[in-house]
Design a protein around this ligand. Structure first.
Ligand code: GSH
Length: 199
């Protein structure tokens, strides 16, 4: 299998961390592409009509895309147990919250990088940063016991979302007021899978 990927994408990083945690690097080749919403790589379009990465190209079946779908497929493939049945709705909800942080943070990055300065919309970016901060507060206040539990895909998603905030929006200081989450992330980001995939 081939994973179409770019190291800076937080959605891609979820899958790359999973590949390392589930010992799947021998089964999946990471193929780097250069793509963005205004200039989409043709190989990505061929794999995913929306032109988004990650996309997992399989030899024996249709391409799988969207990080959440790829993660479930590879977890199933490897029997890695990153979507434990007993906590499945919690895991999926927290993974969705992490993806929601990425959606807003990546959107702000695109606004700043792809739009001409005179067309950038500050109120839109502030509203999206509001979504990020509310999600971070919710995780810091209500999800820390989940994050302290056995490794699952929600934890990987949260860590990749926070890594992306450090990469692109460091100046906004996401750690302020989120001490428990910041402490958890400091430890989680030392895992070999996180160190190996740091953008
Ligand atoms: N929900 C998707 C989001 C994927 C996504 O938006 N990826 C970005 C890279 S960070 C992308 O491919 N953007 C190109 C575009 O929007 O055309 C997932 O979880 O895989």
């Amino acid at each position: 299998m081939k994973l179409l990927m770019s190291p800076s994408s937080p959605y891609v990083r979820k899958v790359r961390v999973l590949l390392r945690e589930a010992d799947l690097l021998d089964s999946v080749e990471e193929v780097e592409v250069t793509t963005n919403a205004l200039a989409t790589d043709l190989a990505v379009i061929a794999a995913n009509p929306t032109g988004r990465i990650p996309a997992l190209v399989r030899g024996d079946g249709p391409v799988i895309f969207d990080s959440r779908v790829i993660a479930r497929f590879l977890d199933d493939h490897a029997g890695a147990g990153l979507y434990p049945h007993a906590r499945i709705w919690e895991v999926l909800t927290l993974e969705a919250l992490a993806d929601g942080i990425m959606d807003s943070a990546v959107g702000i990055t695109y606004e700043l990088r792809l739009r001409p300065v005179d067309k950038q919309y500050d109120a839109w970016m502030d509203a999206h940063w509001g979504k990020v901060t509310r999600a971070l507060t919710a995780i810091n206040d209500r999800w820390m016991s989940h994050l302290a539990g056995p490794l699952d895909m929600a934890q990987i998603g949260v860590a990749c979302a926070l890594g992306y905030l450090d990469l692109r929006h460091d100046a906004r200081g996401w750690r302020n007021g989120n001490d428990a989450l910041a402490a958890w992330y400091a430890e989680f980001s030392e895992r070999d899978s996180m160190v190996a995939t740091k953008p």
